[in-house]
Design a protein around this ligand. Structure first.
Ligand SMILES: NC(=O)c1ccc[n+]([C@@H]2O[C@H](COP(=O)([O-])OP(=O)(O)OC[C@H]3O[C@@H](n4cnc5c(N)ncnc54)[C@H](O)[C@@H]3O)[C@@H](O)[C@H]2O)c1
Length: 348
């Protein structure tokens, strides 16, 4: 019992209960507190028959030596203050996406964690799905060949938020997936974004991001709160194979197409076939890899506990949160400048 890591979850709204449930199901963790400004909401989440304590005081929770780690599921604008307080109290921190509302604030949190030698991890949930983990191996292991493009669509009838636009609400998922699968020698260079607010609600509800990558490949993200149909697909195209992930198709979430388009040097072709044969299509099999059915949040919590125990950065560490913030900030600046391409600044 005592070698378990005591954890407090802060935030009992829509997402916090998922963290509570998965922390309770993680053998290396011991749920100590659920903290929320709204005591009744936290009590309702914990129920009557639990040893987990409910608190409205973050200070009390942070002062308790039984707590070694804090998971933050409060609105984005509160992440920095809560994370800095937890780190100052010597607690490891798991924080919901996005890490902060600005890159500069995110950098402060990353620096504080690194100075204190504590784990700072982002809940980039999708990075822990079996599909993205497989995609990561395919791309980084070179199975797809040279990376040519990434294309991600995340659209449905979504809750129009008052404090964030659709890019800050939904695109962290796609951008964190891109960040997880990109090979180490490929990075985002610039972002161009266009968006619209057809409802006149003061927030961009439909947006398209184009991301220029350092190897010349292109990334695209379409996020939309106004689509009556729900689509969750990510396509990663390579020179040899293309992977298509459809998160809403449980019988075939991932499909890998052994197909490619090849070009030929015209000087090697006879004059009569030059125009027709500069490009040829190679059509091979499609394979749907068998993926385990595992809850991503469970794997994410297990990774948080393992990073603490092993004293190592988590797969989605604070730096990955900063890289996502850098792309979100570039997208925001581009939106305000009519879609011009804005460099991604990742220096903390
Ligand atoms: N990983 C995912 O897939 C995913 C999905 C949904 C939401 N989220 C993220 O989770 C976070 C929370 O989103 P939500 O939809 O649950 O919000 P929410 O508004 O439903 O809940 C937030 C809760 O935090 C509490 N709170 C606010 N400030 C607090 C403070 N200072 N101290 C203690 N409690 C405080 C509120 O009372 C509320 O109960 C956001 O960062 C969001 O982006 C992540």
């Amino acid at each position: 019992m005592n070698d378990k890591i005591g954890i407090a979850v802060v935030g009992a709204g829509y997402w916090g209960p998922n963290l509570v449930r998965n922390a309770q199901a993680t053998p290396a963790l011991r749920m100590e507190y659920l903290c929320d400004l709204n005591e009744a909401r936290a009590r309702q989440v914990i129920g009557d028959y639990s040893t987990v304590r409910v608190s409205t005081s973050l200070d009390d929770v942070l002062a308790d030596p039984a707590v070694q780690a804090v998971a933050i599921a409060t609105p984005a604008s509160t992440h920095v203050d809560i994370a800095l307080a937890a780190l100052a109290a010597g607690k490891h921190v798991l924080v919901e996406k996005p890490l902060a509302s600005t890159f500069a604030d995110g950098a402060k949190v990353v620096q504080a964690a690194e100075d204190a030698g504590l784990v700072l991890m982002l809940d980039h949930t999708y990075c822990y799905t079996p599909a993205v983990q497989h995609l990561r191996e395919l791309v980084r292991g070179g199975d797809l060949g040279e990376l040519q493009y990434l294309d991600s669509v995340r659209i449905n009838l979504g809750l129009v938020q008052s404090d964030v636009d659709v890019i800050w609400d939904l695109a962290p998922h796609d951008l964190s997936i891109f960040d997880a699968v990109l090979p180490d020698d490929v990075s985002p260079v610039a972002v161009a974004a266009r968006g619209s607010d057809p409802l006149g609600c003061g927030q961009v509800c439909v947006a398209h991001l184009t991301i220029e990558l350092s190897n010349g490949a292109i990334g695209h993200v379409h996020v939309n709160w106004l689509s009556p149909t729900k689509v969750r697909t990510t396509i990663v195209g390579g020179s040899r194979r293309t992977a298509v992930w459809d998160d809403l198709n449980p019988t075939q979430r991932l499909a890998v197409y052994d197909r490619s388009v090849e070009t030929h040097d015209p000087s090697t072709l006879g004059i009569d076939v030059r125009n027709q044969t500069r490009v040829s299509y190679r059509i091979g099999d499609m394979v749907a890899p068998a993926l385990p059915e595992k809850e991503a949040l469970r794997s994410m919590m297990t990774e948080f506990a393992a990073a603490i125990t092993e004293g190592r950065p988590a797969l989605t560490d604070g730096r990955s949160g900063l890289r996502v913030l850098a792309m979100l900030e570039a997208a925001g600046e581009s939106l305000r400048s009519n879609g011009v391409s804005v460099p991604v600044q990742v220096q903390a």
